[in-house]
Write a protein that binds this ligand. Structure first.
Ligand code: HEM
Length: 98
């Protein structure tokens, strides 16, 4: 695949995983902030597990899955643009000279 095509699909992946992280993160934060999970010695806070489409635990798993894929795609993005980054770093360094 040509580099432009690879960059395009990488950008699509970054957008979709970023959106997935935002959705699952905000659901976890604002819609299902607490309840369920591990109550003290399985005590009365342990159940019922709150549900919004999925259970809170599943939203956590979705969030973590997207986080791993997103970080991998960011690493690939940085590698593909490494020469650009080094060039920019050097030209910024030159500009700040005396
Ligand atoms: C709009 C963006 C995001 C929102 C609103 C968000 C929200 C949250 C919330 C509310 C939690 C639970 C915190 C807690 O229990 O104290 C969480 C956990 C976490 N987030 Fe995010 N997050 C976002 C983006 C990200 C990104 C970009 C990454 C990494 C690439 C990430 C990785 C994680 C991980 C690894 C956890 C711990 C999950 C666990 O322990 O079960 N999040 N996030």
């Amino acid at each position: 695949m040509r580099k432009a095509g690879l960059n395009f699909w990488l950008a699509c992946g970054l957008f979709l995983t970023g959106a997935g992280l935002a959705v699952s993160g905000f659901v976890r934060w604002l819609v299902l902030p607490c309840g369920g999970g591990q109550g003290f010695r399985g005590g009365r806070w342990a159940y019922p597990e709150p549900v919004f489409i999925f259970t809170r635990g599943t939203w956590d798993d979705i969030h973590k899955f997207f986080a791993v894929v997103f970080v991998g795609l960011v690493a690939a993005h940085v590698m593909l643009h490494w020469n650009w980054l080094v060039g920019m770093w050097r030209s910024l360094g030159r500009r700040q000279g005396p």
